[in-house]
Design a protein around this ligand. Structure first.
Ligand code: GDP
Length: 430
């Protein structure tokens, strides 16, 4: 049985917490896309952790964590992350890294920085983790798979060949120091030592696990709107954020993915550039940012303040549809308890017409939000475990949004902890 946990929007919906919670009943947790450019924040009995590469299940001793072939693997960051959790008394996790996973090279990170500098004000708001140059090279077929680290002669020859083309760009486009092949080769030898204990054929491992009826979670990074095909191109990430890609990025049959849990946050936040129709500004945004998440809405990787907005039914309905949602996990609902009225974006006005269909980027940039105000519930809801015990206005908020997006809300998260969850039988799937 495979379950995917993915985001409906711009990321930071609380996927880490939901994965961590579901990992209790799972055997294997797989990262299948993305890299160390975004993070998950997890709160558990060991403390508060920001993970960038490791899946959220690493804190359980019964689970195996898999870095699938679709991931952009930053080896020093992975090593550091493993150390950072074992240093804080978390038992050493069982980690497997796909031998087909490709490596984020030091020059990918540099190219990311140089390109953002070159673009100046027109930049994409990259986290400068090397993700776009990495995936460009992967699909240009000039990337390095982990298994290549173990082929000494081939590696040397390939490093020399790749450096020739990279150095032309460094010299003539960016006017930056050139890469020295022997130095790069030395770095890659160190990478080999760091990663060797974890490398295997993870798709064969997962095939066997499926035969043995194990429960596998696919943990997505970012959300639908950052998908390179279906998101707000070009302000997207460079690997697919959709559950469907989980089959490719983990190396499993697509029909094995039985449950797709799409995480939606009770309000919106986004990082990086790009249209954000329900965005709010000034004191209204500052207050939501301060109160949001667990200790404020600031990037887990970058510390950047997130852009804030009201819940967007248009974007979320689209986000859930592209994921193939079977269940919505509705998170961070506890944060909204301070508001007298809660605006919700129920449509986009584009060139004088109102639509509830999420448009292509050129139209999205012209969209103005159509807001509807729902009454607030004006109290704390943490600690509540039964749906019926939530205040009337709070249930009305959940049910209004469920009706607008058209997918069943079966989980409601009302706090950052593992146990802050309300399960619910949705009328949409009775
Ligand atoms: P991810 O990238 O989708 O995993 O999202 P983040 O790591 O940015 O998670 C959002 C933040 O919200 C984290 O700090 C979580 O601890 C926190 N969080 C998750 N669910 C809830 C919730 O229901 N209530 C509150 N207050 N915080 C939550």
């Amino acid at each position: 049985m495979v379950k995917a946990i993915v985001g409906a929007n711009w990321g930071d919906e609380g996927k880490g917490k939901i994965t961590d919670m579901l990992a209790k009943e799972a055997d294997i947790i797989v990262r299948f896309q993305g890299g160390a450019n975004a993070g998950h924040t997890i709160v558990n009995e060991y403390g508060k952790f920001a993970l960038h590469t490791l899946p959220s299940g690493v804190f359980y001793s019964h689970t195996t964590s898999v870095i699938g072939n679709g991931v952009a693997l930053n080896i020093p960051i992975l090593s550091e992350e493993i150390r950072s959790i074992t240093d804080r008394n978390v038992p050493a996790p069982r980690i497997l890294v796909s031998d087909r996973c490709q490596i984020v090279m030091p020059y990918h990170i540099l190219f990311d920085q140089y390109e953002e500098e070159r673009l100046g004000g027109k930049s994409f708001g990259s986290t400068r983790s090397g993700i776009a140059p990495f995936y460009s090279d992967k699909y240009a077929k000039t990337g390095f798979q982990v298994n290549e680290l173990f082929e000494k002669e081939r590696l040397k020859e390939k490093v020399e060949r790749i450096c020739e083309t990279k150095n032309v760009i460094l010299e003539h486009l960016y006017h930056k120091p050139l890469i020295r092949p022997e130095e790069l080769l030395e770095t890659l030898h160190q990478y080999k030592e760091m990663i060797a204990p974890y490398v295997c054929d993870t798709s064969a491992y997962l095939a066997q696990a499926l035969k043995d009826n194990r429960t596998i979670l696919l943990e997505g990074q970012l959300g639908t709107l950052k998908d390179p095909d279906h998101g707000i191109y070009p302000m997207v990430t460079s690997s697919s954020t959709l559950a469907a890609y989980g089959a490719i990025g983990a190396g499993i049959p697509p029909y094995e993915i039985r449950q797709i849990i799409t995480v939606c946050k009770a309000y919106s936040s986004a990082v990086g550039a790009g249209a954000f129709v329900s965005e709010i500004f000034g004191e209204e945004a500052d207050e939501l940012r301060r109160r949001g998440g667990d200790g404020g809405e600031y990037g887990a990787t970058t510390g950047r303040p997130r852009r804030m907005g009201w819940f967007d039914c248009v974007a979320s309905k689209y986000g859930c549809r592209l994921q193939g949602t079977t269940d919505v996990a509705f998170t961070v609902l506890d944060v909204l308890g301070y508001l007298d009225e809660i605006p919700v974006c129920v449509g986009y006005e584009i060139d004088g017409e109102v639509t509830t269909d999420f448009p292509v980027t050129a139209k999205l940039e012209k969209a103005k939000p159509v807001l509807r105000k729902l009454p607030g519930w004006k109290c704390g809801i943490r600690g509540i475990r039964n749906y019926e015990d939530l205040p009337d206005n709070c249930r009305a908020y959940v049910e209004f949004i469920e009706a607008q997006i058209g997918y069943p809300v079966t989980m409601i998260s009302n706090g950052p902890g593992r146990d802050d969850i309300i399960y619910r039988q949705s009328p949409l799937n009775v």
